[in-house]
Write a protein that binds this ligand. Structure first.
Ligand SMILES: Nc1nc2c(ncn2[C@@H]2O[C@H](COP(=O)(O)OP(=O)(O)O)[C@@H](O)[C@H]2O)c(=O)[nH]1
Ligand SMILES: [Mg+2]
Length: 434
């Protein structure tokens, strides 16, 4: 990824109440950089930044995901972090952790009631920050966490920890989203945002407003808003629904798109009753595909319920792939009438039996049972979902809150209230993710 962290931004953290902290962003002008924070943005040696103001309680933060794993990592951060760890850890060398050079890996054991037990590795990052690496697995992590909590630490989730420790809320949100990214492509875009792409664009937009360059602000705002739809679907998959009449080959197409037999295929019309969902990556974009019951009147109560579910899915879809039967074009056409074109794609299936009808709505030819045309359909789905993928390193707003804030700023700007737009953007960028 081409984006890199920016050293030209500043902030400070102020205590909000006993346990919560609030950060405030300051524009470049008039801000006194905190040297510790500058270090965070410029140092490549320190992997974890130091806190500017310390919470009263030291925190214990499991960093590795819950579940089985060979190694689990925990962070102990805050005042007395080293002292706290020394109460549950003894180094094999017999030396004190407090005296170990910072960043040195110290091999030792987890001590409970004075008895050294399982192996534990400690690394004193700073006086207020120690990383512990021990056996993985929920029970082992919980035991260590409990031992630290008994001695006065407070448990914190990694996401809360990032929100507390990372002063840039846009970057904190990117860190949280990055951990949820289902595909490498969406992770790449989120990594750009983590590395400052959105922060730079946000600040440039604010600078344009501050400088009274309204036209520039408007075009920057439009660009960001245009990318917000993609941004929301970097973590949440796009909802793509296969819909159409009974027996046209929707389930067969679902299986062909997925590459394995997910849905039941049968010549009997009305075989698919429930909505069958599967998640996939199409061209690197996370997608939830839904196969639905064939839309037809009548049928037994279960099939009718399936048709209702199908209609709900169609309404909520980001894209509907209408599957039409080339061998029975008349029957299929009713389904597409009146549908919004920008939310629809048409797949003429069973083109092995009959050619795509010249007088029907234009679409892509597929043969679900052989896979013919499926690659082209996948490419068309990708193009329809993301017509203009952002170039690497570009800003992409990726949370609903960011999108809302950009929309509000646009409304203010349209009403010639640049001051309000600026306030909105400033406020949104100083919110904490929770
Ligand atoms: N010849 C041919 N048959 C197909 C094709 N796609 C599906 N079928 C058959 O059509 C019947 C209905 O398929 P299915 O996927 O269950 O349709 P659905 O009711 O729309 O889900 C099955 O017998 C499939 O094998 C195709 O492209 N060509
Ligand atoms: Mg079916």
């Amino acid at each position: 990824m081409s984006a890199t962290g920016s050293a030209s931004v500043g902030y400070h953290v102020i205590p909000h109440d006993d346990s919560h902290w609030q950060s405030q962003w300051h524009s470049k002008d008039g801000f006194q950089y905190d040297p510790i924070i500058r270090n965070h943005y410029t140092s490549s040696r320190t992997t974890l930044p130091r806190m500017t103001n310390e919470p009263r309680l030291p925190l214990v933060v499991p960093l590795t995901p819950a579940g089985r794993g060979a190694i689990a990592a925990l962070l102990v951060a805050g005042p007395r972090a080293v002292e706290l760890v020394e109460a549950v850890f003894v180094a094999n060398s017999g030396r004190r952790l407090a005296e170990a050079p910072s960043d040195r890996i110290v091999v030792g054991r987890f001590v409970q009631e004075g008895v050294p037990g399982e192996p534990l590795v400690a690394r004193r990052i700073a006086d207020d920050r120690v990383e512990l690496d021990g056996h993985g697995g929920a029970a082992a992590v919980a035991r260590l966490e409990r031992a630290l909590v008994r001695r006065g630490a407070k448990s914190s989730s990694w996401a809360d920890w990032i929100a507390l420790d990372e002063p840039d809320p846009l970057r904190a949100d990117a860190a949280v989203a990055l951990a949820k990214a289902p595909t490498a492509r969406s992770a790449g875009i989120l990594l750009d945002q983590y590395n400052g792409a959105l922060r730079r664009a946000w600040d440039a937009l604010r600078a344009a407003l501050e400088g009274g360059q309204i036209a520039t602000a408007q075009s920057r705002l439009a660009l960001l808003r245009g990318r917000a739809v993609l941004g929301r679907h970097l973590v949440e998959p796009w909802r793509v629904v296969l819909a159409g009449a009974a027996n046209v080959g929707k389930s067969s197409l679902m299986n062909a798109l997925m590459g394995y037999r997910r849905a039941i295929v049968h010549p009997t019309p009305g075989t698919t009753r429930d909505v069958v969902r599967a998640t996939a990556a199409i061209d690197g974009w996370p997608v939830e595909l839904s196969d639905t019951a064939g839309l037809r009147p009548g049928g037994d109560p279960v099939e009718r319920a399936g048709v209702h579910l199908a209609q709900d899915r169609i309404e909520a879809a980001d894209l509907v792939v209408w599957v039409l039967d080339a061998a029975r074009p008349g029957l299929s056409r009713a389904c597409v009438v009146g549908r919004e074109a920008n939310r629809s794609l048409i797949a003429w299936n069973k083109t092995d039996l009959a050619p795509m009808p010249a007088d029907g709505p234009p679409g892509l030819a597929t043969v679900a049972v052989t896979g013919e045309g499926v690659e082209s359909l996948l490419a068309a789905i990708s193009r329809r979902l993301v017509p203009e993928p952002p170039p690497p390193g570009e800003a992409v707003p990726f949370t609903a809150e960011q999108a809302t804030s950009l929309d509000r700023a646009a409304t203010h700007l349209a009403a010639n209230r640049a001051d309000k737009a600026l306030r909105e953007l400033t406020r949104a960028a100083s919110l904490r993710s929770r």
